[in-house]
Design a protein around this ligand. Structure first.
Ligand code: TRP
Ligand code: SF4
Length: 403
C-alpha cells in the first residue's frame, strides 16, 4: 500500500446500551493501545444502531453521550484520537448512496450477518432496505477516511472484506478519469527532474519486466515526496501499477482478540446474556452481583468441598487475581477451607479498584457536559474535513462535478 493515509485506524461502536467490563477488557483496551500507535478515528455508529432499533430508537439517544463519557473515562485521549458521531458527518450517507449505485445486490445478500442477525433477532422486523445496506454504510464509514486498518471483532470481518471488494470495484470503474495519464505525468514532473526520470525508469522496469523491487522503490520514492497532494500521490501509484488512480485503498481488518472477560454466569460477558457488570455500576451493585453469583453447584453447604473449574467465580479469578490468591482459592475450595463469600471478596475488591479511577473520571465528564460536547464537535470537524475532501474526489471520479 502506498500513501501515508493508510496508517489511519478507524472503528465504530453502536450506541445500544451501557458499556460493560467485557467492552473494556476487549475493545477499549485495544483502542487505548492503538491510539498511541496510529492516527485513530473512533465514532458512535448511531445510524447503524438505528438499523435494528428503528421501532424504538430512544435507547440510542440515551446511550450516545454515556458511551462517549465511557470512552473518555477509560482513557481514550481526544488529543490523539478523533472522536465523533456518525450522523454528524452526513458525507457517510452520501458516499453510501453513491456506492449503492455500483454495488450488486447479491454482494449484500450474501454477507453472513444479514441472514444470521435476522434469525437471531426474530422479534425485530429486519427485512428492511436499511438493514440490507448495513455493511455498505460500514464500507462508506471506513473508506471515506481511506483507513488502512479497522479493528473489529470476529463477527465484523466479513464487513471489512466487503469494503475491500467495493473499494476495488470503485477504483476499477472510476479510477481512470479523463486525462488521467496527462495528470499523472504532470504529477511526476512536480517531483523534480531527477525523481521524474527515476520514476519513469522504475515504472518501465516494473511494467516491462515485472520487476517488483522497482515497484517498491518507486512507491518509496512517491512516499518520500513532501510537496505533492494526496490526489497526485494516488495518481502516481495508479499510473505506476498500470491501473487507474487508486481512489480508495483497501482496508485491512485488525482482529480484536476475543474478550476473555467472563460474565456473571460463566458465559462470555454480553448484554444479550444479561450477565454484565457495567463499567460504571455502583459499588453496591457490583457487590450485590458478585455475592449472588452462582458457584459450583456441588457446594450446597459450607462444608461441602468444591471444584474451581466448575465455578464461574473462578473464571473471574483468572482475570483479576495473582498467583497467591489463585492458590488460596484452589486449596480453600477443594478442602472447604474457605466459604464462597470469602472466595468472592478479592474479586469484588479488584473490580472496585479497577472501576475507581474510571468512575471518578466519568463523573468529572458527566458534571461538565460542555467539555464532552466540545470534544465531539472538534472530532466531528476534523472527521468532516477528511470526509468532504474524499467526497469531492469521489464526485469528480464519478463525473458529478458539473454542479
Ligand atoms: N458494525 C460495527 C459493530 O456492530 C460498528 C461499526 C459501524 C463499525 N461502522 C464501522 C466498526 C466501521 C468498524 C468500522 O460492531
Ligand atoms: Fe467457586 Fe470459590 Fe465457592 Fe469454590 S470457593 S465454589 S471457586 S466461589
Amino acid at each position: 500500500m502506498s500513501t501515508t493515509t493508510n496508517h489511519r485506524v478507524l472503528s465504530g461502536m453502536r450506541p445500544t446500551g451501557q458499556l460493560h467490563l467485557g467492552h473494556y477488557h476487549g475493545v477499549l483496551k485495544n483502542w487505548l493501545k492503538l491510539q498511541n500507535e496510529y492516527e485513530c478515528f473512533f465514532f458512535v455508529a448511531d445510524w447503524h444502531a438505528l438499523t435494528t432499533e428503528y421501532e424504538d430508537p430512544h435507547i440510542i439517544a440515551e446511550s450516545v453521550w454515556d458511551m462517549v463519557i465511557d470512552w473518555l473515562a477509560v482513557g481514550i485521549n481526544p488529543g490523539s484520537a478523533k472522536l465523533f458521531i456518525q450522523s454528524r458527518v452526513p458525507e457517510h450517507a452520501e458516499l453510501q448512496l453513491l456506492l449503492s449505485m455500483c454495488t450488486p445486490l447479491s454482494w449484500l445478500e450474501r454477507v453472513p450477518s444479514y441472514k444470521d442477525q435476522q434469525e437471531k433477532l426474530k422479534n425485530k422486523e429486519l427485512t428492511t432496505y436499511g438493514f440490507l445496506g448495513y455493511p455498505l454504510l460500514q464500507t462508506a464509514d471506513i473508506i471515506i477516511y481511506k483507513a488502512g486498518y479497522v479493528p473489529v471483532g470476529e463477527d465484523q470481518i466479513a464487513h471489512v472484506e466487503l469494503s475491500r471488494e467495493i473499494a476495488r470495484r470503485f477504483n476499477y470503474l472510476y479510477g481512470r478519469d479523463p486525462g488521467f495519464e496527462e495528470k499523472a505525468e504532470a504529477a511526476a514532473k512536480k517531483m523534480g527532474k531527477k525523481n521524474n526520470r527515476m520514476y519513469h525508469d522504475l515504472r518501465r522496469d516494473y511494467q516491462e519486466q515485472g520487476d517488483v523491487m522497482a515497484l517498491d522503490k518507486a512507491k518509496a520514492l512517491i512516499e518520500s515526496q513532501q510537496n505533492i497532494s494526496i490526489g497526485d500521490r494516488e495518481r502516481l501509484v495508479g499510473y505506476l501499477e498500470g491501473g487507474g488512480k487508486m481512489i480508495f485503498p483497501e482496508p485491512l481488518a485488525l482482529l480484536t482478540p476475543a474478550s476473555k472477560m467472563p460474565g456473571l454466569d460463566g458465559q462470555k460477558m454480553s448484554k444479550s446474556y444479561n450477565n454484565t457488570i457495567a463499567l460504571r455500576d455502583s459499588p453496591a451493585s457490583v457487590e450485590e452481583k458478585i455475592r449472588t453469583m452462582p458457584t459450583d453447584p456441588a457446594r450446597v453447604r459450607r462444608t461441602d468441598p468444591g471444584e474451581p473449574s466448575k465455578c464461574p467465580v473462578w473464571n473471574l479469578h483468572e482475570v483479576y487475581s495473582d498467583e497467591d490468591t489463585k492458590d488460596w482459592v484452589q486449596e480453600g475450595c477443594r478442602s472447604a477451607g474457605i466459604g464462597c463469600l470469602d472466595c468472592k471478596q478479592p474479586i469484588i475488591d479488584a473490580i472496585l479498584k479497577e472501576q475507581g479511577p474510571i468512575r471518578q473520571r466519568a463523573k468529572e465528564y458527566q458534571d461538565d457536559p460542555e467539555t464532552v460536547r466540545g470534544i465531539i464537535s472538534e472530532g466531528t470537524e476534523a472527521a468532516r474535513d477528511v470526509a468532504r475532501e474524499t467526497l469531492e474526489e469521489v464526485r469528480q471520479a464519478m463525473g458529478l462535478s458539473y454542479r
